[in-house]
Design a binder for this molecule. Structure first.
Ligand SMILES: Nc1nc2c(c(=O)[nH]1)N[C@H]1C(S)=C(S)[C@@H](COP(=O)(O)O)O[C@H]1N2
Ligand SMILES: [Mo]
Length: 314
């Protein structure tokens, strides 16, 4: 069997950024010229008919930087369960059914069990959080998430003293997630956090963005958002949360441990083996910016890593 390793995929992902920008520019100009353009599905936000959340308050931890366009944030995605090209998830996740949905709570806690999504999400706790996001491939975005602190949810299940880490798992269903028919990653996608990272008030579970339900390509119905870490930590379409004593196995770390560490804190001083992490480009305008330690959230989170050598524990 020919295994398509991440090494074979990555370079093309980088070149698609330029192509993508050109294509958007082309579509804009075509639109301006008044052409009756047969818009490809990927340009139609799949959740454009989704209901809006009402009465959301904006969290004070929001950034006031300019937000990324909704169309960009919902059409340029990494979600390998729906293909490895950035434009595939928006096209291939359109019919993905996220209802009914349940999440299994496992491991070192007082209240393990299988919970319906409706029991996981408490509508009155939802708020808007505008976060800077930074992908390991050196692009960044500013996204207004709709979500709630992960820590508030975890406490409800009464983690015990052995709960040193939390593991998250994405749905595994190759019938519904066609990308899982390819051995690109060791499915299902898994990620993890240390318990103090999981309990940190900046860490949220998102159920929406831009005031609406999450588009499927962005991880519906429930995904993790950890704004001081590289994007791959933000696992999508979560079906299981497990409290455990050992550091969790994570999919990208297994695929290439030198490129994707467990901590994955945004760090301009630690290069990816194949490119520098000192700068980033903001999706939409593609301007280059300096990457900040912990993605600009150092004041809030640097203390979690005191005493650690972050060039070794990357
Ligand atoms: N299940 C799953 N979660 C995933 C991924 C994935 O392929 N599968 N890709 C990750 C990567 S590499 C990034 S950069 C972010 C992208 O999230 P976005 O589409 O909301 O920008 O999702 C992360 N979560
Ligand atoms: Mo990423």
């Amino acid at each position: 069997m020919l295994i398509k390793r991440p090494d074979d995929i990555r370079p093309s992902e980088i070149t698609t950024e330029g192509l993508y920008a050109q294509r958007r520019e082309f579509l804009r100009q075509a639109g301006l010229a008044g052409l009756a353009l047969a818009t490809p599905a990927l340009w139609l936000p799949s959740s454009s008919h989704a209901s809006r959340y009402s009465g959301l308050s904006r969290s004070p931890s929001s950034t006031d930087e300019e937000m990324t366009d909704y169309d960009d944030a919902s059409s340029y995605n990494n979600f390998y369960e729906f293909g490895t090209d950035k434009d595939e998830p928006a096209r291939k996740a359109i019919g993905f059914k996220t209802h009914p949905w349940s999440v299994t709570i496992e491991g070192e806690c007082g209240k393990p069990g299988r919970y319906n999504l409706e029991d996981i999400i408490q509508p009155h706790t939802l708020e808007e959080r505008i976060y800077r996001m930074r992908c390991v491939e050196a692009w960044s975005m500013v996204i207004p998430w709709v979500g709630f602190p992960l820590g508030d949810l975890l406490k409800r299940f009464e983690p015990n003293a052995k709960a040193k880490y939390v593991e998250f798992t994405t749905l595994h269903d190759p019938d519904r997630m066609p990308g899982q028919r390819q051995p690109v990653l060791n499915w299902p996608y898994r990620e993890g956090l240390r318990i103090d990272e999981a309990m940190h008030p900046l860490t949220i579970l998102a159920v929406g963005m831009y005031g609406r339900k999450l588009p499927n390509q962005n991880g519906a119905p429930l995904r993790l958002v950890v704004p001081w870490k590289y994007g791959f930590k933000g696992i999508k379409s979560i079906v299981s949360i497990r409290f455990q004593e050992e550091q969790p196995y994570t999919s990208w770390n297994e695929a290439s441990w030198r490129e994707y560490g467990f901590y994955a804190n945004v760090n301009p001083e630690v290069n990816h083996p194949r490119w520098s992490q000192k700068k980033e480009r903001r999706i939409g305008d593609w301007t280059k910016r300096k990457t900040l330690p912990f993605n600009g959230y150092a004041e809030q989170v640097a203390h979690l890593y005191r005493g650690m050598d972050l060039s070794k524990e990357y």
